[in-house]
Write a new protein. Structure first.
Length: 150
């Protein structure tokens, strides 16, 4: 009975899993669009925002967090920790888990498992986002904005 009562609130994982999934999609876009040699914006507002982003990622706290989380994602096989598809696949998995956790027709055990996997997936997404020092996330916003402002 207690499991059924807990499963009724499993759909509340939308509060943290959907924002994490959306940030992961933007991060994946930034990883895919950012050139290997670096990003050199053309419009003045984007230049200011990008230099602020680089200064933030080089700060003591974010630099340390990027180093620690980068070493965690570096444990993944190959170069998959820095690949553009890692946050995208994790985002799609989070969207699927939120869908399963929010369905009332699903069994209680499955809904609870989806809630727990969404919580773990959100923490993993935070690790992936911080592994680039938030540069990929900012690039996912600033590169298309630079293309629009031109």
């Amino acid at each position: 009975m207690h499991q059924i009562e807990r499963a009724q609130s499993a759909g509340r994982c939308r509060r943290f899993a959907i924002p994490a999934a959306l940030l992961g999609l933007v991060d994946g876009l930034g990883r895919a669009l950012r050139p290997d040699g670096g990003f050199f914006p053309e419009s003045a507002p984007v230049v200011d925002a990008y230099t602020g982003l680089l200064d933030l990622s080089d700060s003591a706290l974010f630099g340390w967090l990027a180093e620690v989380t980068g070493s965690v994602t570096g444990l993944l096989p190959g170069e998959s920790g820095a690949a553009w598809w890692l946050p995208v696949v994790l985002s799609l998995a989070l969207f699927w888990m939120v869908r399963v956790a929010g369905k009332h027709a699903t069994k209680a055990r499955r809904r609870l498992a989806a809630f727990r996997m969404a919580a773990v997936g959100s923490v993993l997404m935070l690790v992936v986002l911080l592994s680039s020092g938030l540069v990929a996330l900012g690039s996912g916003v600033l590169i298309p904005l630079d293309g629009l402002l031109g």
